[in-house]
Design a protein around this ligand. Structure first.
Ligand code: FMN
Length: 211
């Protein structure tokens, strides 16, 4: 195996190094976060550093880069306290990727070809109309990460919209059947296939496949 020390890695060209490091933590779910600011100005941006925090209360968190680098989603969530999460499917990966560009605040990424804006009742944030898995979130806490100036944004799930046929009898969501993609690094997009599901693991029990 080839060995790279962090001393060596830190001498590499900035973008080469970023690609290398960004791939290390592996495949990520990717989501389009929809928000609205003053005068209902919509904003849409792709985020892949998402994490499940708890099921009861249903909490999900994501990492927002430093404010100078990624200001709009963060500001809108601070402003309204609500946001939407929209899974990405192959039909609109190009638009999804393009939302990472630094558009001015008064230009909506929802105007990109492939994604359309959908307002639902009782939600101040817009959804991606094409997304086959959408849910809305209410802000719980924003934790600044002092070490590098980024933020950990924690919210609770409020409303969920899915195709009924991806919901299994035990509550498992077959998001691969919805076509939701995952990402690697900052520009690699992948489709997924289920390899196996296993019964709840207990010491001493035989390993049992389900489905
Ligand atoms: C595949 C992919 C994943 C990304 N994941 C994140 C992320 O988890 N956190 C983040 O702050 N930015 C992430 N970005 C960058 C943001 O999409 C980008 O900074 C965007 O302009 C933020 O927009 P905003 O200022 O409208 O919020 C990602 C970009 C790509 C292409």
């Amino acid at each position: 195996m080839q060995y790279y020390s962090i001393q060596k890695i830190s001498t590499w060209e900035r973008f080469y190094r970023a690609n290398f490091i960004n791939c290390l933590s592996g495949f990520k779910s990717a989501t389009l976060i929809g928000t609205a600011g003053k005068n209902k100005q919509p904003n849409l941006a792709i985020f892949s550093n998402l994490v499940h925090i708890g099921a009861d209360t249903a909490l999900i968190g994501f990492i927002n880069r430093p404010r100078e680098a990624a200001p709009h989603t963060l500001a809108n969530i601070e402003f309204s306290g609500v946001y939407t999460m929209n899974h990405i499917q192959p039909e609109f990966i190009q638009a999804a990727h393009q939302t990472s560009a630094k558009y001015p605040v008064n230009e909506s990424e929802f105007d990109l070809d492939g994604v359309s804006i959908e307002w639902k009742a009782n939600c101040m944030a817009p959804f991606v109309g094409e997304s086959r898995i959408q849910y809305s979130m209410e802000l719980v806490e924003i934790i600044p990460i002092k070490y590098n100036g980024s933020f950990f944004i924690i919210g609770k799930v409020t409303d969920v919209f899915i195709d009924e046929n991806i919901l299994d009898k035990d509550g498992f969501l077959h998001i691969d059947k919805a076509g939701s993609i995952c990402t690697l690094g900052i520009d690699g997009y992948y489709s997924t296939n289920l390899l196996a599901r296993f019964a709840y693991a207990k010491p001493g029990n035989p390993i049992e496949k389900i489905n």
